[in-house]
Design a protein around this ligand. Structure first.
Ligand SMILES: NC(=O)c1ccc[n+]([C@@H]2O[C@H](COP(=O)([O-])OP(=O)(O)OC[C@H]3O[C@@H](n4cnc5c(N)ncnc54)[C@H](O)[C@@H]3O)[C@@H](O)[C@H]2O)c1
Length: 374
């Protein structure tokens, strides 16, 4: 940070928003100035978890922070200059629009919106009003991803021509009372896990320009909702796949699932497995490839291939990680007017890629990815 000013931020929704609040309590460039959460039980759980995570003294501070039942009252209160939104997915667009229109900088959970056209509308407000907007992708702020991205952008990997990205759960459906598995409320695995997985790969490749997408989406486990008293029917995708082709000829293959009847080698040790979750990300260049999550670099060797630890600069190795890194980057952008790393422009491209997977699954055809230059 170049400036000592703190950004007063209000956190909305204390599910995932707990992490936003903890990052805001830890990160010196930000001041947790307000909280909006209508559910008293959630707030009390958050307070006791804060005491366990950050200590009693910090948890006591929470009693002095203004609290609101609704994000709209908080946005109009004058207590905050920025809002961190962790509402259910189908509320993201309306809440972001409302806060931007009230002159506040916004950082919003993923997915930024439920469709690309909404994200374009938000981005127009952001750039017209000169505000800062960022979407939550805390995983970008990890040394391994940053190191891979840097090598891809500098050409150290040679020509980056393909990425393989998977987040697969054998049994791990986030029912979330119903909205998490309903396609009209922004549920489904593509918008939940797929957005992380496609973005991990896209980011590590250096954000090439997407051109076309072929995809498929499946809903196979709706019978597991029987007897669950969900607020919305289970009709969203629980397995999605996609292939993205970029303007430079590179490709990205994605697969993601909440549930599937498939084994991972680890699962073979047992006959009944309650649930299993695994992620893979491989970025392939003509000179070297990166196994991002394992932090390995693979390159040609006279005897086959050499496998080394992923090299990284001191700056990257010592960077502020995860939610704190993300909040710090957002605060820096809001305080200086610079573009944040997770920008509104990127959010548009990301939403168009995801939307194209959905369209391709419906039509059975490859779908061009729309490009909007703002
Ligand atoms: N970045 C990640 O790794 C990650 C992980 C999980 C979820 N998420 C995203 O976070 C978002 C929230 O997911 P969740 O699992 O926390 O959902 P959730 O339903 O558990 O929590 C949402 C919270 O918002 C509160 N709320 C509802 N209306 C409100 C209002 N008008 N004003 C203020 N608060 C209000 C609810 O009381 C609830 O506590 C989703 O969009 C999801 O995709 C991101």
């Amino acid at each position: 940070m170049t400036t000592k000013k703190q950004l007063p931020i209000g956190v909305v929704g204390l599910g995932m928003g707990q992490h936003h609040a903890w990052a805001s309590l830890r990160e010196p460039s930000v001041k947790l100035a307000a909280i909006a959460e209508p559910d008293e039980k959630r707030f009390n759980e958050f307070k006791s978890l804060t005491a366990k995570t950050l200590g009693k003294k910090i948890a006591e501070k929470l009693d002095k922070i203004p609290r609101f039942d609704d994000y709209k009252t908080m946005a109009k209160s004058g207590e905050v200059e920025a809002i961190s939104i962790a509402l259910p997915t189908d509320m993201h667009y309306e809440a972001t629009r409302f806060c931007l229109q009230h002159g506040l900088h916004v950082i919003c959970e993923k997915p930024p919106t439920t469709n690309a056209a909404q994200m374009v509308k938000l981005a127009r407000i952001v750039y017209e009003k000169g505000l800062t907007y960022s979407f939550v992708r805390q995983q970008r702020f990890t040394p391994k991803m940053m190191a891979c991205r840097e090598m891809a952008l500098k050409g150290t990997l040679g020509r980056v021509y393909h990425a393989e990205s998977h987040w697969l759960r054998c049994r791990g459906i986030p029912f979330r009372g119903g909205w998490g598995v309903n396609k009209d409320t922004g549920g489904g695995v593509l918008l939940d896990l797929g957005i992380h997985q496609i973005d991990d790969a896209w980011f590590c490749m250096g954000n090439p320009v997407p051109e076309a997408v072929f995809g498929g989406m499946h809903c196979a486990f709706d019978y597991l909702a029987k007897g669950k008293k969900l607020s919305h029917p289970y009709n969203a995708d629980d397995l999605s796949v996609g292939m993205v082709r970029f303007a430079d000829g590179a490709t990205l293959s994605l697969s993601t699932s909440f549930a599937m009847n498939r084994v991972h080698p680890e699962m073979l040790k047992k006959t009944i497995v309650p649930g299993s979750d695994w992620q893979e990300l491989h970025v392939l260049g003509s000179h070297a490839g990166v196994d991002v999550y394992r932090g390995k670099m693979v390159a040609n060797h006279p005897k086959g291939v050499s496998i080394k630890e992923l090299p990284m600069s001191k700056k990257i190795a010592n960077m502020t990680c995860g939610f704190e890194g993300l909040i710090a980057d957002f605060a820096k952008a809001a305080l200086t007017g610079e573009e944040p790393l997770n920008s509104a422009r990127q959010a548009i491209q990301l939403m168009y890629m995801l939307e194209a997977i959905g369209k391709s699954a419906e039509t059975g055809k490859a779908v061009p990815v729309k490009i909007v230059n703002l």
